[in-house]
Design a binder for this molecule. Structure first.
Ligand SMILES: Nc1ncnc2c1ncn2[C@@H]1O[C@H](COP(=O)(O)OP(=O)(O)OP(=O)(O)O)[C@@H](O)[C@H]1O
Length: 297
């Protein structure tokens, strides 16, 4: 079942087209990354699907057409760091959140454990690091045990340790079968936690797919031999390679579909060249992202 379906969702701010005819389908259990540079329309999209920004045209359906009020109860969302009371402890703040959400306070300890703040539950919110504040926000969003979690730039401003903690937490939440929709401009973040992703640029969806389709396939090689220029002129004749370029003491090239590293090795051997290195490289989402953005300029 589609958890969320967007049909031509559009938002125009005066002359500015922030989101243009966006079509998306997100299914249960996916960790869906909405990726894009600053100003590409990620937050506006999340605002629309959370009913806080009115679409100019198009529509969206949660859970196959559930009423917006009912659907909203199934979604835990963090668009900005929520306003917790600085002089209250994490536990007291979550008690207030539970009261507002009309859910049982019995869930508070469980949620604090899940986000790794149980030991610090009696500390005042103002003494928390940015990463702990962000984890508490996720904890608040989990109080009502929603099947869907929406996160906007969840690691913004965090140090590497804080980023790693949030990443692990997102992975743990996803393992419980929850659907997570995450907006980010950080390729690394999307690559490490998401199963599916789309790329927005100037409000347009320019790509969508499975993260594994990109990062799991070897489509590049790093290759070197004693005489680099001879190797380069030789490899230029191989039809199974493209984008051949020198990168320091080695060459880098894209493998065309159907060509393997073994083919390249054999070809060089037949040409009398002994390779000192032939290393397959997994393409990163970053390379794919840059290629896609370039192609859509
Ligand atoms: N309330 C608003 N009024 C006018 N323009 C807006 C408003 N909100 C967003 N925009 C514009 O819409 C475009 C998309 O903004 P949005 O915040 O959705 O992008 P984003 O991808 O989330 O960017 P960032 O990564 O910087 O948060 C931008 O050009 C932005 O300036």
């Amino acid at each position: 079942m589609n958890i969320l379906e967007l049909n031509g969702l559009t938002k125009q701010y005066g002359k500015l087209l922030a989101v243009n005819e966006l079509n998306l389908q997100i299914q249960q259990g996916q960790v869906y990354g909405i990726l894009g540079p600053n100003g590409s329309g990620k937050t506006t999209t999340l605002g629309m699907i959370l009913d806080v920004v009115a679409p100019s045209s198009g529509d969206y359906r949660w859970f196959g057409g559930m009423s917006p009020i009912k659907a909203r109860q199934q979604i835990g969302a963090i668009l900005e760091t929520p306003c917790f009371y600085p002089y209250m402890t994490a536990e007291q703040n979550l008690r207030i959140s539970a009261h507002i959400k009309e859910c049982s306070a019995a869930k508070i300890s469980e949620v604090l454990k899940q986000v790794g703040l149980f030991e610090r539950r009696k500390d005042k919110f103002k003494t928390y690091s940015l990463g702990m504040k962000q984890r508490l926000s996720i904890g608040a969003a989990l109080l009502a045990d929603p099947p869907v979690l929406i996160l906007d730039e969840p690691t913004n401003g965090l140090d590497p340790e804080g980023i790693a903690e949030i990443r692990t937490l997102i992975q743990e939440i996803a393992q419980q079968g929850k659907t997570i929709i995450l907006a980010s401009h950080l390729l690394d973040e999307v690559q490490k936690v998401c199963t599916h992703f789309c790329i927005l640029k100037n409000g347009n969806k320019v790509h969508e797919g499975l993260v594994n389709d990109i990062t799991g396939t070897t489509r590049q090689i790093r290759i070197t031999s004693q005489d680099l220029s001879l190797l380069k002129t030789t490899l230029q004749q191989h039809p199974g390679l493209s984008n051949l370029a020198t990168d320091g003491p080695e060459l880098i090239a894209d493998l065309q579909p159907g060509t393997t590293t073994a083919d390249i090795n054999r070809f060089c051997f037949e040409q009398g060249i002994t390779l000192s290195k032939l290393q397959p490289v997994n393409r990163t989402l970053e390379q794919e992202f840059l290629t896609i953005l370039k192609a859509n300029q």
